[in-house]
Design a protein around this ligand. Sequence first.
Ligand code: G6P
Length: 370
Amino acid sequence: ETAEKAGCESFMLKEIHEQADAVAETIADRVADRDRIDLGDLGAIDDAFLRAARRVVVVACGTSYHAGLIGRYAIERWARVPVEMDIASEYRYRDPVVGPGDLVIGISQSGETADTLAAMRLARARGAKVLAIVNVMGSQATRDADGVLFTRAGLEIGVAATKTFVAQVAAMYLLALRLAELRGTLEPARLSELIGELKLIPHRIAALLERGDAEIRAIAARHRDARFFLYLGRHVGLPVALEGALKLKEISYSATDAYAAGEMKHGPIALLDEATPVVCVATDAPVLYKLISNVQEVRARGAHVIAVATEGNGEIGAHADDVIRVPATDWMLAPLLAIVPLQLLAYHVARLRGLDVDQPRNLAKTVTVE
Ligand code: G6P
């Protein structure tokens, strides 16, 4: 087992360090030509269907749902197709309005999650075309779908998903760009610029990880006894906040809440006191100045602000107690970088508490029952 961990103290840490490869493998031949996306054979989901689809619906559970949320922003912004999101266990019981002309995407690293499979089957029975985004070849989801887009993260053993998440997010970006290309909703120059940035993401993740995690470990040490952490984000930063909060709660057993920063005044602000760490996803974005004003409100309550920000952005420093920097990229792609320090933060809080990060209590890697 030690050999399998490649010198790492846990599978989770090893898998965090495999994320540059997970993204590189997932995009590989699909972005070989800088001017176009090649998704290969998606079975019955052909170009004509993708060009005309009236709507996209994404169903998933857990971390896969968070990957879908990021995909929604990308598909709507770049391809101008409306996207509906649902938790698979909710979707399957709400008698959804779905049918021919709809593209339903089931995201699942295992391809075996009972609720996601049921949601996909329901949509298919009602005439929608179903695309599975999965990490396991031959899994049930691949048999229940009209087409499959594989993530190529490799086997993931840690119960808390890490490298499969970044691979799913990369797959959603690819699909969004392909839809935009087919529908002519992005200028060709903008399309190739985004493809070029996506191709650089594995290098940027590697650079981020090579810097080491001493800084994040020090932040984790300061908050190792905190009973509650609040996570805030806006736009594509929101799903990153949701995923960062999920990681921390899964492996450290701290209570967490993740909120759209603009909603903070409508509830979570009541929870803040001087002991509360507030993790803000503050990477460069057109809404950053809005987020900063939310951060100022947090600070005014005495809470301790930990910000994830873009290298070179001087603004956030004045408003945060700790700033963790990630490399610059196109702001829509920033989630692929911003999630990495949040995984490491969760990891170190859990380790400092002496917990088993690979097999947290009560959780299963694959949930094959309802
Ligand atoms: C379990 C796992 C999570 C995962 C979720 C959905 O809860 O512990 O890591 O995100 O199931 O799994 P799936 O295989 O469908 O992505």
